[in-house]
Design a protein. Structure first.
Length: 455
């Protein structure tokens, strides 16, 4: 394939919306057709997330089966919600319209991680076109999954139905073309705090008035991935700090902020009425919850792992929403590998305990343990050798994000993470991009890994 055709395929893949509200089924259809046209064997595992169509795609050399899997190349094919289109200036305010500027492709999913999948597919197509001779029971398998930001549900369903059986796995992760050997764990928490009856009645009556005394304020921040909150500036945190300065018995009419739990919120909104006298106001409840969050962040500083940036556990309030009778928050917690399970469980109990004191609910929807590979393992050393031959020798690194390696490694699969593009300050921002040179180098790396472990 020529560079121009590959770049055009990149643009096509980005143009297909695979954000959470749309699902990845359309993207899967496109890559499945491209693989079949190249003479590869394709299996689809079709699923649904509520009403949203989803699918895993499994691509092997002709005649391949799970009994012969050796090296799995895995990447999720869904993207995060791009947020307000008006922030995507390099894309002329359309994150799905990939633009090329100074050798960089801009658009949602360019670095995280749709184009990584395309690199893996291109590598497999190249080797298949050569008529490769595979070693006994050592064939590659390329897997595209869904639900990366929803508990990695695609990868879970893939494992539960035993559709793959690899010994090694390279998990898609923007790594600046460096081998990543460890990742943080993750907990996704959903919190619901109810309004008390007196404040609920006031809110209902307030909405029927022709004129009110309510006041509102907006808060601005800077988006970043929840795994690296130090690179962003949380508008929701600014809102909570502001709320803590107000009288606690005011009425909250509307509190809203954030796009999704995996993103540091760039926008938040607060509307209050200065009326007082509520028995246990929502403002007082949210202040109590926020104090618990700040105390936990102080505890997090006691668990340091200098292999990671940031070097400690983190917490991100990704979204807050007002409903008729309650306020709901989505929280993301990232955990370094040396945090004992009993400490993690204590932290979750502290959040749950303060919620229950306010007649609220707290649910840990997803929990993924941290992972750490042996830097002297066959896979890590093999990857380092391939990179050295490509003139890109470097020492293994870690990543603060959480990916499918946490699942596959627990199933006994030896995992590393790797991919084109930079993570920090890039993914989950409206300037997400990857260089074309990085994409070319990633294809060469995957070709080298397939040759080393399968041929």
């Amino acid at each position: 394939m020529t560079t121009s055709q590959f770049v055009e395929d990149c643009r096509t893949l980005i143009s297909i919306d695979s954000s959470p509200s749309q699902g990845n089924r359309a993207v899967v259809s496109w890559v499945a057709k491209a693989a079949q046209q190249a003479g590869l064997t394709v299996v689809l595992q079709e699923e649904r997330s509520g009403e949203v169509p989803q699918a895993n795609v499994i691509i092997r050399p002709a005649g391949g089966s799970s009994d012969e899997d050796s090296l799995m190349l895995q990447t999720h094919l869904d993207t995060a919600d791009p947020g307000p289109f008006g922030l995507w200036k390099e894309n002329h305010y359309n994150p799905f319209d990939a633009h090329i500027i100074d050798g960089k492709i801009f658009g949602v999913g360019t670095a995280n991680c749709k184009l990584d999948f395309l690199c893996k597919l291109e590598a497999l197509k190249r080797i298949n076109a050569r008529g490769a001779t595979w070693a006994a029971a050592k064939k590659p398998v390329l897997v595209g999954t869904f639900g990366a930001e929803d508990g990695m549900t695609g990868a879970l369903k893939l494992m539960r139905k035993n559709l793959i059986n690899p010994r090694f796995a390279i998990i898609g992760e923007p790594s600046s073309l460096r081998v990543l050997v460890a990742g943080k764990g993750q907990a996704r928490i959903q919190i619901r705090i109810p309004f008390e009856k007196d404040e609920l009645a006031f809110r209902t009556e307030h909405n029927l008035r022709e004129s009110t005394s309510s006041m509102s304020k907006t808060f601005s921040g800077k988006p970043a991935h929840a795994s690296t909150p130090q690179l962003g500036d949380s508008a929701i945190k600014k809102l909570f700090y502001h709320l803590a300065q107000l009288p606690e018995d005011i009425a909250i009419m509307e509190i809203d902020g954030g796009v999704d739990v995996a993103t540091v919120p760039a926008h938040a909104f607060l509307e209050i009425d200065p009326v007082s006298g509520f028995r246990f106001s929502m403002a007082k409840k949210l202040n109590r919850l926020f104090k618990t969050v700040l105390n936990l962040e102080l505890e997090f500083a006691s668990f340091q792992d200098q292999d990671f940036t940031p070097s400690h556990p983190t917490l991100n309030i990704g979204s807050v929403r007002t409903f008729e009778d309650s306020v709901e928050l989505a929280v993301d917690v990232r955990i370094v590998p040396q945090v004992p399970m009993e400490i993690y469980e204590k932290w979750m109990d502290e959040i749950g305990g303060v919620c229950r004191q306010m007649s609220g609910e707290c649910h840990v929807n997803h929990f993924k343990r941290p992972y750490r590979a042996d830097p002297n393992s066959t896979l890590v050393q093999g990857a380092q050798d391939v990179l050295a031959k490509l003139g890109r020798a470097s020492s293994p690194k870690t990543h603060s994000s959480t990916n499918e390696a946490s699942l596959f490694s627990r199933a006994g699969v030896e995992c590393i993470s790797f991919g084109p593009g930079q993570s920090e300050g890039n993914v989950f921002t409206p300037r997400e991009h990857v260089t074309i040179d990085d994409l070319k180098a990633a294809v060469d790396f995957y070709v080298g890994m397939i040759e080393k472990f399968c041929c």
